[in-house]
Design a protein around this ligand. Structure first.
Ligand code: 5GP
Ligand code: ZN
Length: 134
């Protein structure tokens, strides 16, 4: 898509700090650096999000993300990694082009907080299951 920032990046029309590239995906450093070494794995084909993506491309990308995550963890001396993807605005997606975030974690107070709020007991799990599987 011509007005998509990640399409411009993967086509090398605008600059980025490239960590890895193959025919299916490209890994770059995220400009925002949620933590030091925060990277993105972006697809070479434009998919709006993970929800629309081709299965084979996705499988390839998650393996690429895993390999880069291990490399980042080792060489930046991180203690853990969050790998995540946001799909749609309601989930916090700001760039509508499939990407996985690789976020190195140094400790639980390194500025990134993916903790879930505990709503245990608020909803009936069987009801939810039946609604999902109907
Ligand atoms: P989202 O919010 O869609 O899950 O993530 C989009 C990410 O892309 C953000 O973390 C943002 O910092 C990053 N980003 C946006 N524009 C650019 C850019 O031009 N270059 C790079 N390297 N990262 C970008
Ligand atoms: Zn795109």
């Amino acid at each position: 898509m011509s007005d998509c920032i990640f399409c411009m990046i993967k086509d090398h029309q605008i600059n980025s700090t490239v960590l890895y590239e193959d025919d299916i995906c490209m890994a770059i450093l995220d400009l925002s650096q949620a933590t030091r070494g925060h990277a993105l794995v972006i697809s070479k084909v434009h998919y709006d999000s993970v929800l629309e993506a081709d299965d084979e491309a996705l499988a390839h990308m998650i393996v690429a993300a895993k390999r880069l995550a291990n490399q980042i963890k080792k060489n930046l001396n991180a203690q853990g990694i969050n790998i995540l993807t946001n799909a749609k605005e309601a989930a916090g997606q700001t760039v509508s082009h499939l990407h996985f975030h690789i976020i190195p974690r140094y400790d639980q107070h390194d500025g990134f907080n993916p903790k879930f709020t505990d709503h245990q007991g608020q909803w009936d799990l069987e009801d939810i299951k039946n609604e999902i599987l109907k």
